[in-house]
Write a new protein. Sequence first.
Length: 256
Amino acid sequence: MNIVIQNLISMLQKIRIFIIRWTLAQFELLFERKVSLLYNKILKNEILLIIDIGANRGQTIEFFHKLNPKSYLYSFEPNPKLFETLEKKYKSNKSISLIQKGVSNKIETKIFYENVFDETSTFEVLNMDSQYLKKKSLILGVKPEDIVKDSYPVEVTTLSHFIETKGLQKVDILKIDTEGHEFECLEGLFQSTNSPRVKVIQFEMHFDDMYLKNRSYDDIKDLLNLNGYYEIKRIKHGFGDFYDYFYAQDNILQET
């Protein structure tokens, strides 16, 4: 294919992604307001220690610093290009610690699948028979087999190991957005009985068949209930059929 045509197609693809990203951000404004109201109610403007799994472009960092500028965040992002962007953006901010790793249920190396729409990059293998994947591909303007633009090995750790290694005495909020890998992140949290309890666990849940290993909400719910956490709230995103769920221990259930 002529190099000029290739460059034109690439430019048009970037413009398309930009428009999609901007549009989705507008839909998310109401969602973010609802999340802010919940946290202000149950955490009462405390200075927070937050673990952010799936920092992407810093959306969660920005959200929590607006919620409470004195909060401290540990933010994980395995995508090297996005991590470099985050480092440049937050290098002078001493209240943010960036970690270029993934999170799972083992300390190992895993293959990371970087998607053309990088917000949906994941450790999970896509289900090529998925109707949802076909619809998503149509919106993005690519074939289903071209959604993953790159794959490469990255280091992953477990939450229990990270928390113990850092010597954290408390974790106020654990936010997980790993595009289908949330269950494994939570498994890694509960591998040690010595880790401090997390006050609120927030995770995103899709109800589609996009990944081959398709964990159900009941799988995650049972794991959390087994470890003493119960649903306190679910908030629907501004688009699509997916929610963020909020879990906590019994001692703050009455506050929501």
